[in-house]
Design a protein around this ligand. Structure first.
Ligand code: SAH
Length: 208
């Protein structure tokens, strides 16, 4: 069934292609996930603009381009286990779930955790596992992960992130000062060494 959100969502995906996103799994997921359900009711008409939006509690849902860029950088295969730090609205988790990943996501704000968990269940994403807690410790129980994504920025990479990464696994994380601009890093585990790639400047809320 077509809905009134289909056109803006197609336009959003067209813009992502124009901005250089190539991974068809990512583009298809962004074409399917109803982003307007993940933003506050009064901001729904803006849900498909390429910018972040407030989701309450001083937090934001990331802009579509950054979601796409980070997801593409994870270079995942369906069925991979992925850990997300900062569930927020649940949108990023839904994108990963839509791509067929087994998603483990942690949120520290109880109200956001509850809302995201309810919405993801309502939309039928049974492959997302939500936990209330501090993402700095990772989620040991289901480690190691093929991919780890942080959607809030620490001042330095938490050791749990690299410890819980599988051999060849990728960590995509913004790192830098609170309230300032950060660098987006892709860190790949190769045995005992970590290979780092700078993906450019970004602005995220802090990982507290
Ligand atoms: N991925 C989210 C973006 C959320 S913004 C989305 O798609 O909407 C970052 C989130 O990280 C916020 O919800 C914030 O509360 C959360 N956060 C901040 N510090 C955290 C921590 N230490 N552990 C877990 N979540 C944290």
């Amino acid at each position: 069934m077509n809905t009134m959100e289909d056109l803006p969502r197609s336009q959003m995906v067209a813009l992502l292609r124009q901005r250089g996103i190539r991974d068809t799994m990512v583009l298809n997921a962004m074409q399917h996930v109803p982003r307007h359900h993940f933003v506050p009711e009064d901001l729904r008409w803006e849900a498909y603009g390429d910018y972040p939006l407030p989701i309450g509690h001083g937090q934001t849902i990331s802009q579509p381009y950054i979601v796409a860029l980070m997801t593409e950088a994870l270079t995942l295969q369906p069925g991979d286990k992925v850990l997300e730090l900062g569930t927020g609205s649940g949108y990023q988790a839904a994108i990963l779930a839509e791509m067929g990943m087994e998603v483990y996501t942690i949120e520290i704000v109880p109200a956001l955790h509850e809302a995201a968990r309810a919405l993801l269940a309502e939309l039928g994403y049974v492959n997302v596992h939500c936990r209330l807690g501090d993402g700095n410790a990772g989620w040991e129980e289901y480690a190691p992960y093929a991919g780890i994504i942080a959607t809030a920025a620490p001042a330095a990479i938490p050791s749990a992130c690299t410890e819980q990464l599988a051999e060849g696994g990728r960590l995509v994380i913004p790192v830098g000062p609170r309230g300032g601009y950060q660098n987006l890093w892709k860190v790949t585990r190769r045995g005992n060494t970590l290979q780092r790639e700078d993906l450019g400047g970004v602005a995220f809320v802090p990982l507290v």
